[in-house]
Design a protein around this ligand. Structure first.
Ligand SMILES: Cc1cc2nc3c(=O)[nH]c(=O)nc-3n(C[C@H](O)[C@H](O)[C@H](O)COP(=O)(O)O)c2cc1C
Length: 368
């Protein structure tokens, strides 16, 4: 007989009754469910995919030193980031422009799973459901990711639309030109109806903005322009894609309220350094008070501990959540989140950390 919540959680951790015992099982099911083309779309990087691989492999360079007789029995995985309590330091990442090919409920399913797991969601502008639909699906939809493209007025309009729908932050992204993704080129990947972004079109927003998003036809934006739009934003902005000290400084100067360290999982340009290797510099440049979130390469609960020890306030989960979505929709994402939280819990306990705030570079063997 299970007598309290703690024991229920322990049962869950050892997965005796769960459909998926581990993330490996979820990945295997996702692979079976998806065509080669959609699998390649989910996993591809750019060029030789050096950066996409390095993002994951680089976590192996950070080795822990778990102190003997210092373990903690029931560490607290919860934290507070962007003004909200999270059951563990994670958000679901904005992955759009095809996520309904993984599961027709797309970002709505991701949001509901995030809510059930006690975390929040970043919602992509390129989602197959409109920003209003995703927000209505669950209160986890906290941050709206918006690419700076098209006219400034259009971008500001979209920011107001996000605020009206109930979002509390804008995640600013920017890509100067289209990406070189050879797996998609070889597959002649095309977006069937299911993958069509819902935030653009005659009923919602200027279709020209979508066209530009797809075509990269106009001159690109500058930091001055970005600063102007951030100043006009009705919501605080977090800038994504910060991977060096110079970008951290420029982003804060442009009015960013938070920094999002990411190389988009190696999906924009190849031969950038592994994202985790850039995090400590960004935190150092930003100082202790700025919110810094991190993604690219998080595959395990122990990776979350590594990112926090190097200065992140929370991580974002991209492909790892996408696999859950492809395996089993909302239930699959929820299982991914439960497994990651529970593995993070054991990592904290073995490292002798009773809470998230105990994580620091001191947990590493090499004392990085
Ligand atoms: C299929 C897919 C679609 C994505 N679409 C977007 C997007 O629309 N907007 C965005 O900011 N990032 C997008 N990303 C990047 C993710 O938000 C995140 O930065 C990346 O997945 C992190 O790398 P990881 O998945 O290897 O951990 C996408 C990623 C994937 C895998």
């Amino acid at each position: 007989m299970l007598d309290d919540d703690k024991d229920v959680r322990r049962d869950d951790r050892y997965a005796t009754t769960q459909k998926y015992a581990s993330l490996r099982g979820i990945r295997a099911t996702a692979r079976k469910n998806l065509s080669d083309m959609v699998w390649n779309y989910m996993h591809c990087g750019t060029g030789d995919e050096v950066t996409a691989r390095a993002n994951v492999a680089a976590f192996d360079d950070y080795l822990f030193e778990a102190p003997l007789f210092a373990g903690v029995a029931n560490p607290d995985t919860s934290t507070r980031v962007l003004g909200h309590d999270l059951s563990f330091p994670a958000f679901t990442a904005p992955f759009g422009g095809g996520e309904t090919l993984f599961h027709p409920d797309g970002m709505c399913a991701v949001g509901r799973a995030a809510h059930a797991a006690g975390i929040k969601q970043f919602v992509p502008v390129a989602a197959g459901h409109s920003l209003e639909e995703v927000r209505a699906a669950s209160p986890a939809a906290l941050v709206f990711q918006l690419t700076f493209v098209g006219e400034e007025a259009q971008v500001i309009d979209m920011m107001h639309r996000a605020k009206d729908a109930g979002y509390e932050y804008i995640c600013v992204t920017y890509s100067p030109i289209r990406q070189w993704r050879e797996r998609m080129m070889e597959d002649r990947f095309s977006m069937p109806g299911a993958g069509k972004p819902a935030n653009f079109g005659p009923d919602t927003s200027d279709p020209a903005m979508l066209q530009e998003l797809l075509d990269f036809t106009r001159p690109r934006w500058s930091w001055d322009q970005a600063a102007r739009v951030i100043a006009a934003s009705p919501l605080p902005c977090i800038i994504k894609g910060v991977t060096c000290r110079a970008d951290a400084t420029a982003a804060l100067k442009a009015g960013a309220q938070g920094l999002y360290v990411s190389n988009y999982g190696g999906r924009t340009i190849d031969r950038e350094p592994a994202s985790i290797s850039t995090l400590a510099d960004v935190r150092d440049e930003a100082g202790p008070d700025v919110t810094v979130v991190f993604d690219s390469g998080i595959r395990r609960g122990s990776d979350i501990a590594t990112a926090l020890a190097l200065g992140a306030d929370a991580v974002l989960l991209g492909r790892t959540c996408a696999l859950g979505l492809a395996a089993d929709g909302e239930a699959g994402v929820q299982r991914v989140l439960d497994l990651l939280r529970d593995e993070f819990w054991t990592t904290l306990g073995h490292l002798g950390c009773s809470s998230v705030s105990d994580l620091s570079p001191a947990v590493f063997r090499s004392r990085l």
